[in-house]
Write a new protein. Sequence first.
Length: 71
Amino acid sequence: MAAVDRRGPVTDDAMLAAALHLCDQELSPREIAERLFNSTGKKKGQHPSAATVMRMLRDRDDRALEASDYG
């Protein structure tokens, strides 16, 4: 699920997949943010912030932990 704020989607599943791939290569959130870019919206073509990358990865980890608690 994509991160959403009151202006609309900030990230998408493709960005998350790319971030996870880069995270597996042991890159820092700042390095990951430098390699990603927003593909839609007002900030199309710009890089997400390192905070956005960290939030995106943390939210994914939280969802995975919740799923394992119920499974």
